[in-house]
Design a protein around this ligand. Structure first.
Ligand code: SAM
Length: 235
């Protein structure tokens, strides 16, 4: 199987530069994944390469025109055998979570559409939803409004890519994490607090059980801490 491919379409391709850093950058160097960034303006017509227009029905702001979006997405999905997931970033979408990250980490080709202004003409979502080889998801990263979808794409990409086999050096570190789905039967807990050396720092001691060497006691203490932290979040 080919390595998973991630495309990002934006009018600010430079926003995606952090993807060349750290573990995501290394994953590309090792060809575990492929990431491409496309400038929407390459598909805009006219002297001013405009990608937006006034909203039908009136109201403030501008809406992104459908044609440059359709051409950009078509240019990335020309394999008739390919299966594509189009992710339209919008605060009106389904809220992103770890379960969604696990699911998206299994896909062969994701295309992220980063909106700007008042968002993208809704017919782009409808058009690709009607195509046989496309799944379209509208995703939000939280109940707040950003200026554009680029930061949301970075958040989602990082959460997905670290789950792809080989990206994180020690896969065991994914198992005990907050929101981890490694044990389907377990209730979803956030992680226990972590400590490192020195054992005494600014008059604060590391909990003594962690220095005891008693693995059973340590596991019990960590589970209690995870449960208490998770409960506190819902208060
Ligand atoms: N008028 C839109 C609304 O009220 O739903 C907000 C548009 S926002 C200013 C511009 C773009 O930022 C959106 O098209 C989307 O791509 C992105 N965006 C903003 N907030 C987001 C969020 N919470 N999650 C995902 N994308 C977001």
């Amino acid at each position: 199987m080919n390595s998973p491919r991630f495309d990002v379409i934006s009018i600010f391709p430079e926003y995606m530069q952090p993807l060349s850093l750290s573990l995501v950058g290394k994953a590309q160097e090792k060809s575990l994944i492929e990431i491409n960034v496309t400038d929407l303006r390459d598909f805009a017509e006219g002297l001013h390469k405009s990608v937006d227009d006034t909203p039908y029905g009136g109201g403030a702001g501008m809406v992104m025109s459908p044609e440059p979006w359709a051409q950009a997405i078509d240019s990335l999905s020309d394999d008739p055998e390919g299966n594509y997931e189009l992710i339209v970033l919008t605060p009106a979408g389904k809220k992103f979570d770890q379960a969604m990250a696990y699911e998206l980490a299994t896909k062969e080709h994701l295309i992220f559409a980063c909106g700007r202004y008042e968002g993208i003409d809704y017919r782009v979502t409808e058009h690709f939803r009607s195509k046989r080889n496309f799944t379209v998801r509208e995703i939000s990263i939280g109940d707040y409004v950003l200026n554009g979808g680029e930061v949301a794409a970075l958040v989602i990409l990082e959460a997905i890519i670290r789950l792809i086999p080989g990206v994180i050096g020690n896969p065991a570190s994914l198992e005990e994490e907050s929101h981890s789905l490694s044990d389907e039967s377990a209730e979803q807990l956030v992680e226990y607090p972590s400590y490192t050396k020195p054992a005494m720092w600014r008059e604060l001691e590391v909990p003594s059980v962690l220095l005891s060497g008693n693995h059973g006691e340590i596991a019990r203490w960590r589970m209690e801490q995870s449960k208490a932290r998770t409960k506190k979040l819902s208060e």
